[in-house]
Design a protein around this ligand. Structure first.
Ligand code: PLP
Length: 478
């Protein structure tokens, strides 16, 4: 691949776009400039390869392709079949799964597909029994009515939000919280770690239909073998949402008990976080659930996005290369170096460290809320997001935590030495920021005071740090 090919491709694309709506072309260029300059520590973001990005910008976007490979509701889908089959094949090989469904448009959609597949497979509705139906498509209107009533009583046991679980694991603001009667398991208040005995106890009491493992903000490995045993002991379907750590599974950093694929009945993921693919979702499962999973569109999804499935095929092919395993290992090495750098400087970390791609800071030790810390860091050129910590006293809006992750900076090539510098920058900003006050003098959870000279200095140091690791080094837009 010559340096010119990637630059030429993006420059030409922008020229074509500029001729129609120059402001969009300008915004695309500005976004690259912004991303190049910011120290991106958002744990759920990454930088997809130029090949992955380019695969999304073409006429595959124009196709309707409801159905599955070889069984479409539209004519003329032979090329979509090619890319969908390729993406599924790469996913199966990469993760060692029997079946892969690559149509979900996002992680939330992948979870919806999985929930529905499990319900359709597992719901012991009297209506279903009476009708002795095996497929959702065979249900009559009366069956649907009975089934809808049944759904209100289905139970899901997932990780609590403040322990690091995700909204789609049965919480109210998401449809999963309305489809399921939810109960959550938290973490041990002393260690911040999952207490498997407590999970087993909750499962015994609650008897969930689905036991969900997976997280957005838990900085440790999960033992999926133990979780499967717990699910089996109460007859629950075991689902793992590996959206955050799919790249670590793909790169064989998480193996054995920590690889969800051999242990779960069904695994969902996003493709754009540590996996470094296009924005999208995916479901992996064994043959038992494959038929139901493949009904995702039109059951809960709109028509598949062929351009994104094509990009998934490209990104998954990249993840099958040996250098991806090296990348995945460096993500964890960097997260651990960042955690150690912060701990050495006195920062409190939830669970006292990390063994995955993310670190969760409890910023109350700096006298700040998560919101104040997030904004002060942003002023200083460091992009993070606030996040609740277990038993958070500041609630989900202001929070007491900052979540940081290393997939993106690792993609740029930063290593453990740069993580120590990053820890120093974060610590300097947080220790120089003080809480602000409202107009009436009462303490504010949002306002903060940070000397702009300090913010500028740190911003400059962050830019200097990044200068050695250019983002998309082969691409110049002008
Ligand atoms: N599942 C988990 C564990 C996540 O962290 C996220 C996103 O943050 C999702 C699902 C949803 O993914 P998406 O934003 O692609 O719908």
């Amino acid at each position: 691949m010559s340096l010119n090919a990637e630059s030429t491709a993006f420059r030409s694309a922008l020229e074509v776009i500029r001729a129609v709506e120059p402001r969009v072309a300008d915004a695309i260029g500005a976004e690259l400039a912004d991303q190049r300059e910011s120290l991106k520590l958002i744990a759920s973001e990454n930088y997809a390869s130029p090949a992955t990005l380019l695969t999304m910008g073409n006429w595959f976007s124009d196709k309707y392709a409801e159905g599955t490979v070889g069984r479409r509701f539209y004519a003329g889908c032979q090329n979509v079949d090619t890319v969908e089959a390729l993406a599924a094949e790469h996913a199966k090989e990469l993760f060692g799964a029997a079946h892969a469904y690559v149509q979900p448009h996002s992680g939330i959609d992948a979870n919806l597909v999985a929930f529905w597949a499990i319900l359709a497979d597992r719901v012991e509705s009297p209506a279903l029994k009476k009708a002795q139906v095996r497929q959702v498509n065979d249900l009559t209107e009366a069956d649907w009515f009975a089934l809808r009533r049944e759904l209100g009583n289905q139970r899901m046991l997932g990780m609590s939000l403040d322990a690091g679980g995700h909204l789609t694991h049965g919480f109210r603001p998401n449809i999963s919280g309305k489809m399921f009667d939810q109960r959550s398991y938290g973490t041990d208040p002393a260690t911040g770690l999952i207490d498997y005995d407590r999970v087993a106890e909750a499962a015994r009491e609650f008897k969930p239909l689905i036991l969900v493992a997976g997280y957005s903000a838990y900085p440790r490995k999960v033992n999926f073998r133990i979780m499967r045993e717990i699910a089996d002991s109460v007859g629950a379907t075991f689902m793992v949402d590996m959206a955050h750590f799919a790249g670590l599974v793909a790169g064989k950093v998480f193996t054995g008990d920590f690889d969800p694929v051999p242990h779960a009945h069904i695994v969902t993921t996003t493709t754009h976080k540590s996996l470094r693919g296009p924005r999208g979702g995916m479901v992996l499962c064994g043959p038992e659930l494959a038929d139901q999973v493949d009904r995702g569109c039109p059951m809960v999804l709109g028509g598949p996005l062929p351009h994104v499935m094509a990009a998934k095929a490209v990104a998954l092919a990249e993840a099958r290369r040996p250098d991806f395993a090296d990348y995945a290992q460096r993500i964890v090495d960097n997260a651990q170096a960042l955690a150690e750098g912060l701990l050495r400087r006195g920062t409190t970390l939830v669970t006292g460290g990390t063994d995955n791609h993310l670190v969760l800071l409890d910023v109350s030790g700096y006298g700040l809320t998560g919101r104040q810390a997030e904004q002060a860091l942003l002023d200083s050129g460091i992009v993070t997001n606030r996040n609740a910590v277990p038993q958070d006293r500041n609630g989900a809006w202001y929070t007491s935590g900052i979540r940081i992750g290393t997939p993106a900076l690792t993609s740029r090539g930063l290593g453990t030495a740069e993580m120590d510098v990053t820890a120093e920058l974060i610590h300097t900003v947080l220790s120089q920021t003080t809480p602000g006050a409202n107009a009436d003098g009462t303490p504010s959870k949002a306002k903060y005071v940070l000397d702009p000279a300090v913010a500028d200095k740190i911003s400059k140091q962050a830019t200097d740090l990044l200068a050695g690791f250019p983002l998309y080094p082969t691409i110049t837009l002008s």
